[in-house]
Design a protein around this ligand. Structure first.
Ligand SMILES: [Zn+2]
Length: 88
């Protein structure tokens, strides 16, 4: 039996490929507003990250998201991300 195609995305921190639904999408829109995207439908430049505190902390330290999204992300945003993943 052929396996169904599941959209896979790569976490910016650990580089692991996962199903889209297991990752959190972070979007930088035209107004240079960075937000996280529960629906996966927001417009803008996006990056995916695991729903894990470890990966978020790693991304913060490495500034990978800043590079990928071409913007500055303040530490407050990372705190919000962590709050979010712990609430879902
Ligand atoms: Zn990860």
């Amino acid at each position: 039996m052929k396996s169904r195609k599941i959209p896979m995305r790569k976490c910016v921190s650990c580089g692991q490929k996962r199903e889209k639904k297991d990752l959190l999408r972070i979007v930088n829109n035209k107004e240079q507003e960075v937000s996280f995207d529960e629906t996966g439908k927001k417009n803008g430049r996006g990056a995916y990250i695991c729903k894990s505190v470890e990966c978020i902390d790693k991304a913060k330290k490495s500034k990978r998201l800043n590079i990928l999204l071409d913007t500055e992300i303040d530490s407050e945003f990372y705190e919000k991300l962590k709050e979010y993943i712990q609430s879902v």
